[in-house]
Unconditional design. Sequence first.
Length: 236
Amino acid sequence: MASIISIKGLNKAYGSQRVLRDLTLDYEPGKIIGLLGPNGCGKTTLIKILTGLINDYTGEVLIDGHKPDIHTKSITAYLPERTYLADWMRPVDAIKYMADFYEDFDKEKATAMLKTFDLPEKQKIKSMSKGMQEKLQLLLVVCRNAKLYVLDEPLGGVDPAARVFILDVIMKNLPKTSSVLISTHLIHDVEGIFDIALMIGRGRVLRNDKVENGKIGEQTIEDVFKEVFSYAWQVN
């Protein structure tokens, strides 16, 4: 089976600061991958490379067998940590924009889900709360029929009840054959859905383990995370 993500010898630096160091990873389709690590470890940089937003790196990065390009963007649904929608837009405008831009976007489903998300279809985004904006962005992502979903901190800045809602939406609406990469530091909330736990510290792969029932071997992902990052910052 062809890999959905294949990375060999990936390095990325900002000036003299190396952010990613010799990453080599390979994932088959249909897995939910937890991208875990403290702030500043390189998670967002890796995500931006996978989604084609950063291209000045060394090494090889392939998505569905392609270097990040028009094809990979057409099969990847990306939820950034910060909003990308224009202030003047309303949910109806955002839905039309996505339908025009992506062939795999389900406009009817998105329109119906506005009620589920309790979002007024004609309220301008600039007048929405942060939580409402995050709901709208999530709606736009899950209404695509993508091969790869890349979610950057989808639970960041929301209360526990909202986290449960977001996870429920993700698990019920994404195709079972698709791959999902979720970057998060709220491990306890999501460890039960992961097939693989990828832990990065200072741009290096520290762990890349299979997960069963929220555990790596006999330990929870959160316990492994605590052990790994109790010494990770001593890595030279």
